[in-house]
Design a protein around this ligand. Structure first.
Ligand code: SAM
Length: 319
């Protein structure tokens, strides 16, 4: 039974001698041991399975999952489309496709999500970073560039750490504290800080909002993408979100505003005078949030719209 493996090793050695790099040989090596469908055939079959399961971007997801299985990018799949897959790769790929077909988000299967040009690890403990949250980072960067305060940031409900880590990555003299109520979440945040080389400037605290911090005018900016979904809306969310993403990251009481209300009440105690407080809100919460802002404490700088024209981010300055 060892013979085929040895034969494939011999083929690899010959091809290596002929100038191929070992990594280019992986699929061919699999082919030499166990012939399976080609890359193209496997993607077509998976696309069909995912489409039948109602997945919108079926072909794209199929290709991404096969790329993940092989540890290869899109170019590899295109240029090697006729190469056969090994049985082992085929089995792993089929498992990934079945999970995706059952509704599991692609990012929990691959374990990654890009955000602000950085790579973040995601598990089912953390919310998958969303593109609209990049607007919060952009607004924060623009405000930080216009003020002279030494950047000391606080990210409440840090989750994967995507907001704080992106800011720390952009502003090399900034330091930050990331707060999350869940220690399981903070284990992922820690890994993302290491992955993106900012851990020496990022401290993590397990806390219910600011409860574990002493009230003192410390931070130059507080940012937050808090949970803001109402209990009713939670039941109506897309299956992928409702069944797979952590409810702790999404739900915030009957009107979805319980955490925002607390942050608006408490954040000023932790900000220096003139410091900024920025947070994300639900697509339909703009008017409700406006009424919650105490104008004696906060100067409203702006309600920022996302690419769809929806007010998503509010920026405030402590008076
Ligand atoms: C909407 S997610 C945001 C995650 C990440 N900042 C992002 O933008 O993708 C909200 C986060 O707040 C955390 N959280 C929920 N309730 C909290 C509380 N009372 N205090 C601190 N963090 C909380 C959740 O665990 C979750 O990680």
């Amino acid at each position: 039974m060892r013979a085929p493996a040895k034969r494939s090793e011999a083929i690899c050695a010959l091809l290596t001698a002929a100038g191929f790099h070992w990594s280019q040989l992986q699929v061919s090596r699999y082919a030499a041991t166990n012939m399976g469908p080609s890359i193209e055939q496997a993607i077509l079959k998976a696309t069909h399975t995912l489409r039948e399961a109602g997945i919108d971007a079926a072909r794209q997801d199929a290709a991404l999952l096969l790329g993940h299985t092989l540890g290869r990018d899109r170019t590899f799949l295109i240029t090697r489309s006729q190469e056969p897959l090994s049985e082992e790769v085929g089995t792993t790929f089929a498992e990934f496709v079945a999970r995706r077909a059952a509704g599991e988000p692609l990012q929990y299967i691959t374990g990654h999500q890009a955000f602000f040009n950085l790579d973040f690890e995601v598990t089912r403990d953390v919310l998958i970073p969303r593109p609209e949250t990049e607007l919060l980072v952009e607004v924060a960067l623009s405000l930080l560039s216009t003020n002279d305060l030494t950047p000391f940031l606080c990210d409440v409900g840090t989750g994967s750490g995507c907001i704080a880590i992106s800011l720390l990555h952009e502003i090399k003299n900034a330091t930050a504290i990331g707060i999350d109520v869940s220690p399981a979440v903070l284990r992922i945040t820690t890994r993302n800080a290491e992955r993106n080389a900012v851990s020496d400037r990022f401290q993590l605290v397990a806390s219910d909002c600011f409860a574990a911090l002493k009230p003192a005018p410390t931070f130059s900016m507080i940012v937050s993408n808090p949970p803001y979904v109402t209990e009713t809306a939670l039941l109506e969310l897309q299956r992928e979100v409702r069944e797979y993403e952590p409810h702790l990251a999404l739900a915030a009481g009957p009107d979805g505003l319980s955490i925002i209300r607390r942050l608006l009440r408490e954040a000023s105690d932790y900000l220096v005078d003139g410091g900024h407080f920025l947070f994300e809100m639900g697509f339909d919460q703009h008017e409700a949030v406006r009424t919650l802002i105490d104008k004696r404490v906060w100067e409203v700088l702006d309600f920022h719209r996302d690419l769809q024209g929806i007010h998503r981010i509010v920026s405030l300055r402590k008076r």
